[in-house]
Write a protein that binds this ligand. Sequence first.
Ligand SMILES: Nc1ncnc2c1ncn2[C@@H]1O[C@H](COP(=O)(O)OP(=O)(O)OP(=O)(O)O)[C@@H](O)[C@H]1O
Length: 201
Amino acid sequence: MSEPGCLNLDDVAVGELSGVGLTVAPGEIVCISGPSGSGKSRLLRAIADIEAHDGHIRLNGQDQQDMTGHAWRRRVIMVPADSQWWFDSVGEHFPTSLSQDDLKALGFDEDVSDWSISRLSSGERQRLALLRTLVLKPEALLLDEPTSNLDPDRVADVETWLLEQIRSHRIPTLWVAHDPAQIDRVANRHFRLQSGRLEAT
Ligand SMILES: Nc1ncnc2c1ncn2[C@@H]1O[C@H](COP(=O)(O)OP(=O)(O)OP(=O)(O)O)[C@@H](O)[C@H]1O
């Protein structure tokens, strides 16, 4: 893996949204809020190169257009609000055995590897989707309302764990959030999507 770099958006346009320019530094968390339907998820999907868009998106100076979608998404990883699971058990979705510390921080015991996907609550799915992403060592992280299914205690645990991961691995991060209190706690900077533009708050 290369040295941590910036995630840069240059005149990005997707759907009704246009003229998005932003640079997210290594380890920086930029929160994005905005009304329902304003295009927050579409912007993240464009950055992950799973939705057609205009403009340039670069990671550590390398343009998204100069690599395959697969190679890009190996480095710039999105955690959607609703995670997808392919195998029957939790453990099959992880390339290596799971760290005790990470499991504990997210409220799981070791035996979670044997759990069937079908038994997972929405909050368990959300926490495991975050863990599944972070073990892949993303070079940029796109989080779409990562704590929307969690109770307040779990929100605090997950925020603490995510902040530690993002800061220690210096991952430039875009974090879609609705809760102003959460934005105050986690964001280095906060932008709002409004009327098709990204506006600083
Ligand atoms: N593939 C698509 N083609 C056309 N329109 C789309 C497509 N995907 C989403 N939209 C529309 O684009 C708008 C923005 O959708 P998006 O999912 O980005 O909203 P959002 O800001 O994330 O909203 P929420 O907070 O409700 O999740 C919505 O009006 C949605 O219906």
